[in-house]
Design a protein around this ligand. Structure first.
Ligand code: PXP
Length: 242
């Protein structure tokens, strides 16, 4: 089974918000992503609602028929309430600060272990699969196993930025982290800065990869290739790299 493609639609909301109206229509874009083959939709609402608004999450929950994944920092009670009210298929916990441009590190699963265990229990009790964002370090994967999380999402920025100068070295820590996660019974997602150049190799090197969430590059590619072709191109990378 190739890893599943979840399209992060934050950038669509950013574009919509630039003019204050409803163009592009976020819900329609999500439905079209599904129609074009995406196997999931990801949103990352931030407390200031600068791209995805809380109301968007409720509207999307009504219509999405593939996997709905909500990302965010559970230190915000508003976020926890939103997730428990909308019951997505998966919640991805990310330790970003309020005004951070984008996520830039994984959890310290050792120093935050007790906290993570508690918050993960809350979501799992509500029937939501939980994934936590981590850097590809063995100690962080071992720590993650102690939190009760179902999955980890490997933070792939370091892989993506080193890919063109030496992909073997770039992927090596991710392969080790993935092996450790599999040995500990944890599922593996990946995301951040994945694109049409670096996706296939990551997928090939990590056979246990369950899901990738991709936003920025996919939306940029859609400017040139169109959304339907772009989603098909990403799916092809995942299929043909096995
Ligand atoms: N995963 C997480 C936790 C993220 O915060 C983001 C960006 O919102 C992504 C994946 C997607 O990253 P990109 O937009 O670079 O594809």
């Amino acid at each position: 089974m190739p890893a599943r493609l979840s399209v992060n639609i934050n950038k669509i909301a950013t574009l919509r918000n630039a003019r204050g109206g409803n163009n592009p229509d976020l819900v329609q874009v999500a439905l079209d992503c599904e129609r074009f083959g995406a196997q999931g939709i990801t949103v990352h609402p931030r407390p200031d609602e600068r791209h995805i608004r809380y109301a968007d999450v409720y509207a999307l929950k009504e219509v999405i028929s593939t996997e709905f994944n909500i990302e965010g920092n559970p230190r915000e009670q508003k976020f926890v309430d939103l997730v428990l009210a909308t019951l997505p298929d998966q919640v991805t916990l990310v330790p970003d600060s309020e005004n951070q441009l984008t996520s830039n590190h994984g959890w310290d699963t050792i120093s935050h272990q007790a906290y993570l265990r508690e918050v993960i229990r809350t979501f799992k009790d509500a029937g939501i699969r939980v994934s936590i964002f981590v850097d590809p370090e063995t100690s962080m994967i071992e720590g993650a196993a102690q939190t009760g999380t179902d999955r980890i999402e490997l933070y792939t920025e370091a892989y993506a930025s080193a890919y063109h100068t030496g992909r073997e070295a770039a992927v090596a820590p991710y392969v080790l982290a993935a092996r450790k996660a599999t040995a500990l019974g944890i599922g593996i997602n990946a995301g951040h800065d994945l694109d049409l150049h670096n996706l296939a190799y990551l997928n090939q090197q990590i056979p246990a990869l369950a899901e990738v969430s991709i936003g920025h590059a996919l939306v940029c590619d859609a400017l040139y290739f169109g959304l339907e072709n772009t989603i098909q191109l990403y799916l092809k990378q995942l299929r043909e790299s096995l």
